[in-house]
Design a protein around this ligand. Structure first.
Ligand SMILES: *[C@@H]1O[C@H](CO)[C@@H](O)[C@H](O)[C@H]1NC(C)=O
Ligand SMILES: *[C@@H]1O[C@H](CO)[C@@H](O)[C@H](O)[C@H]1NC(C)=O
Length: 472
């Protein structure tokens, strides 16, 4: 029996490459052959060959292939549109590449790579999607093309509630930023994308069944996609970087970890907003004041404000934070410039709460560390995640005031930190996180729900290939 080979096809940008690599590692652990095909248009500075080289070096059992392809000539287009156009233009390159391989048993597509479905159909390779966010988000996105034609622009609806099958009511302002204007190019592109996603044979989701039963039920019942069959959804997560478990995998230990070593258990509030999360100076000052008046210990990763990122990528903390703040809080808090080893920090027993931008990867990492969360969504589908995390999963509390470019006040930061760290409600939240972490661990164990879902995916693939006589 020959090993099966899966080709993974991420969208443009490192942010899309990382989750695919987590999936690739998962497939390798199952003994499957994995090739990650990375489109490389000439103007692509995001997925540099560098990032790929680094990932390839760290994961020698995964094959990476950089595929040079033309960029969309429409330089003035919205980035989302340009991205999908560029990926579509890469179809011939992808087709040639797939043909050059001895056998391809499945193509696993990132959610943006919908036009690769045409290549898959032509070559009779079964195509599945890998959805690196919550199943609840999938339920919303798949329903959006059916919902949006009947309502005004979300931008005009503000805080009015919109209702989708399988998820709690969502304020219009919390819907994806790219679909706020109904008639805009990005909305058109995304509706096209979400509609085409249903053409996949199935969707692998980086989540686990216990966490999102209602959304999964709605998806399985076919009510999110009313006019055709919904592809089968397989929750195979959480896929998180397991290599980091137990601490110092990469040799040198970051100084903030040594600092955490000397703090009491669950006493530190950790604030970190992903690779792009940057706040204006006025907002940084509000956060600082809130942390200071909360009286709690903190570890805070700070980036330069967006308007200063190009001129001074290294944040000038003395100038950006309130006068004397660093001195007054030096015994109970540290501010780290730009980067912290997030996964290790979260696993440290001194950390007791996580203020997060609600990126799904960070959320899963926090779940695995049983950390209560305070939500401060910034971009992409993060405000949607916030709704699910707060209303449905009950693993977080929201901060008020971030909407529509607003300022979150110091008093609000203080209040939510105190709520999580000091109150009975915070204690309940912490217990809920322990339960959630245990359920996540159960899901990925042998015969756990995610393990079983993966086996079902493999069985369905096998069945499909037998029926369609895929070359293999
Ligand atoms: C999550 O983020 C970590 C860095 O914090 C990265 O190493 C990992 O690949 C990411 N995982 C996913 C699934 O995106
Ligand atoms: C998993 O299920 C299989 C088949 O039902 C069984 O043989 C095996 O012992 C189970 N493994 C565990 C760890 O429960």
């Amino acid at each position: 029996m020959t090993t099966k080979t899966f080709v993974l096809f991420p969208s443009l940008g490192v942010g899309h490459l990382n989750p695919m690599v987590e999936l690739a590692k998962h497939l390798r652990r199952r003994g499957l052959g994995v090739v990650v095909a990375v489109i490389d248009p000439p103007d692509n500075d995001a997925v540099s060959a560098d990032a790929m080289t680094r990932l390839a070096a760290a994961n020698p059992s995964i094959t990476f292939r950089l595929l040079p392809a033309p960029a969309s000539p429409d330089v003035g287009a919205h980035p989302i549109k340009r991205s999908l156009d560029t990926l579509r233009l890469a179809n011939p390159v992808l087709r040639e590449f797939l043909r050059s391989l001895p056998a391809v048993d499945a193509l696993l597509l990132d959610m943006f790579c919908v036009d690769a479905l045409d290549v898959a159909a032509e070559l009779a390779i079964p195509a599945y999607f890998f959805f690196a966010s919550a199943a609840s988000a999938l339920a919303v996105l798949l329903h959006l093309p059916y919902y949006y034609p009947n309502v005004p622009s979300f931008r005009e609806m503000g805080k009015a509630l919109v209702r989708f099958p399988g998820v709690p009511p969502i304020r219009a302002v919390d819907m994806l930023a790219t679909v706020q204007d109904k008639e805009s190019d990005p909305t058109m592109v995304r509706l096209y994308q979400f509609k085409r996603m249903t053409e996949g044979k199935g969707v692998l989701v980086n989540s686990f069944e216990w966490l999102e039963p209602k959304a999964l039920k709605a998806l399985a019942a076919g009510i999110c996609v009313p006019d055709k069959p919904t592809p089968r959804v397989y929750c195979i997560g959480p896929l998180v970087d397991a290599g980091k478990k137990g601490g110092n995998a990469s040799g040198e230990r970051h100084a903030c970890l040594a600092w955490l070593d000397s703090q009491p258990r669950q006493s530190v509030v950790f604030l970190c907003f992903g690779s792009k999360g940057a706040f204006p100076a006025a907002q940084l000052k509000e956060i600082a004041r809130g942390l200071e008046s909360s009286g709690h210990r903190f570890l805070w990763a700070v980036r330069s404000p967006p308007e200063e990122q190009n001129t001074s990528p290294e944040p000038d903390l003395e100038r950006l934070l309130p006068a004397g703040f660093l001195e007054r809080t030096k015994n109970r808090g540290i501010v780290v410039k730009n980067w912290v080893p997030q996964a290790e920090v979260m696993q440290h027993e001194a950390v007791g709460a996580f203020v997060t931008h609600c990126g799904w990867n960070s959320t899963l990492e926090a779940i695995m560390s049983a950390l209560p969360m305070i939500c401060w969504p910034l971009y992409a589908e993060q405000a949607l995640n916030k709704v699910f995390m707060v209303e449905e999963m009950k693993i977080a509390v929201p901060l008020d005031g971030y909407e529509e470019g607003g300022l979150v006040k110091a008093e609000e930061v203080e209040a939510k930190v105190r709520l999580v760290m000091d109150t009975e409600e915070g204690k309940k939240l912490r217990e809920r996180l322990v339960e959630t972490r245990d359920m996540a661990l159960d899901a990925i164990k042998e015969n756990g729900s995610s393990d079983v879902a993966f086996d079902e995916f493999m069985r369905d693939l096998e069945k499909n290939n037998l029926e369609n006589g895929v070359r293999s």
